[in-house]
Design a protein around this ligand. Structure first.
Ligand SMILES: [Zn+2]
Length: 82
């Protein structure tokens, strides 16, 4: 599942993946740990989609803050970060 808000607020999170057993968990909801083995989850991204939007020029022109990397932040909706 690829969660996308508007193009301006596009995020590239595809799912969460257990670091231990590899089980995929849906993005867009709260998971504390893997529901099978209780190990930490990793955020997985559609890096091809992020790469299509990001280049050195676009990064250099953005505000010098964490939000510069918004396409690869683990948020479902950049307009309403929770
Ligand atoms: Zn697991």
């Amino acid at each position: 599942m690829n969660i996308r808000a508007s193009d301006e607020n596009m995020v590239c999170v595809t799912h969460l993946e257990c670091a231990n057993c590899g089980l995929e968990h849906a993005a867009g909801r709260l998971w504390n740990l893997c529901h099978e083995c209780a190990k930490p989850l990793l955020v997985r991204y559609d890096l091809s989609a992020a790469g299509n939007r990001l280049d050195r020029g676009s990064l250099a022109s953005r505000e010098p803050s964490l939000w510069r990397y918004r396409e690869v932040l683990p948020l479902a909706d950049l307009a309403n970060p929770k």
